[in-house]
Design a protein around this ligand. Structure first.
Ligand code: SF4
Length: 63
C-alpha cells in the first residue's frame, strides 16, 4: 500500500500524523508528508483512517 499527500491541497491541520505517526509527519513547511512507503502492514488501517479523516481530502491510498 502506498500513501501520498497532495501538498497543494494540504491545509496543515496536523490530523494525519495524529492518526498514523508511523506514516505521516508534518514537514518544516507546515504541510504533511507521507514518509514511510510502502505503508507497513500493521499501519494500513491507521493510514486509511488518516485518509478518511483528512478535511482537505488530499491523502490518497493506493493498494
Ligand atoms: Fe494535510 Fe490532510 Fe494531513 Fe490535515 S489531514 S495535515 S490537511 S494531509
Amino acid at each position: 500500500m502506498i500513501a501520498e499527500v497532495d501538498q497543494n491541497e494540504c491545509i496543515g491541520c496536523e490530523s494525519c500524523p495524529a492518526f498514523c505517526p508511523e506514516v505521516f509527519r508534518m514537514g518544516a513547511d507546515g504541510l504533511a508528508e507521507a514518509y514511510t512507503n510502502p505503508v507497513p502492514s500493521e499501519c494500513e488501517e491507521a493510514a486509511k483512517e488518516a485518509a478518511e479523516g483528512c478535511p482537505a481530502h488530499c491523502i490518497s491510498i493506493e493498494e
